[in-house]
Design a protein around this ligand. Sequence first.
Ligand SMILES: [Zn+2]
Ligand SMILES: [Zn+2]
Length: 372
Amino acid sequence: MSKQILTREQKGQAIADIDGAVKFVESQNTYVVKSQSKKGAYYVTDTELGWRCTCPDHEFRGVRCKHIFAVEVRFALHRIVEVKKIEPITNVSQCIYCKCSKIVRDGLRHNKHGDIQKFHCKRCRKYFTINLGFEKMKHSPQGITTAMQLYFSGESLRNTARSLKLLGVDVTHQTIYNWIEKYTGLMEKYLEKITPNVSNAWRADELYLKIKGNNKYLYALMDDETRFWIAQQVAHTKNTADVSPLLEKGKEITKTRPKTFITDGGHNFHTAYEKELYTVKGLRTKHIKHIRLQGDMNNNKMERMNGEVRDREKTMRGLKKMDTPILKGYQLFHNYIRDHEALDGKTPAEKCGIKIEGENKWITLIQNATKN
Ligand SMILES: [Zn+2]
Ligand SMILES: [Zn+2]
């Protein structure tokens, strides 16, 4: 029997169910959560920068710990996010020739690229296959998506090409770049129409990049709670670039605006905030210029994000243009494909109510993007 590993959310739920384990101390405006492993308690506070807890899991690793979950569950403060599932397409409802619905599955066709679902039409008697999104490709969906997975996990284009060769896929690194360009564009257009249910605290930062050997800055707008990377913008300068398009894009993608906008440094963020987020009436966003504190988890969080991209600098040497699909691909991988340990093994998209189903999330996304 395998031991079940509980997520932080499940552990929090369990703590919330224990009588007296979670209390609110009004005079200190703080929730007190009894420690489950030793004497004493942890203190959970709702701050402008989101939930804070005094436990090591939160302080040093920057994660939403079980104590925060316990408080949310106990006091019904949980953000309820409805989940939209994006399923793999293994079925079609019409004959591709006569458009009738009298079709049956006729097994799988095996070729050197793998398995493709075969159909037979009982009316026009024709056979056909579906290979949505990959119809005219010389290589298999598995080969193409493996290339993307390797590349966005940190391999260079050349190393990706070498690894594919071991799988019997012999392509140049330029071909891999072309695949990334083609499919990133396709998936991006599709995903832009699906609204992520983000929290009400957003964070912006700038990351340093080299494009064609020149220094550039990648501005990233992130949701603080789910780590969903909402929008990006590439600019020539640090601190002075007009970053209002970043915030404008953020509002467009999420169809909302945050209660808190957290930035670090640059005055350009404040100018953009005044233009895009500050309203004279109605819900007003508050801008917090975050001051760096040692061991500060919110700061750690952004630095980790910086780390993710910085680690890739070596392999991003090949960036040739400002609107490179590579950066959009990286955003997509971060949001929809990669599991994050700090999110209990979920993707930021799942935390925002968008779940990509199927064994190969790339294929599911490409199929749906093609169909729509
Ligand atoms: Zn905690
Ligand atoms: Zn037919």
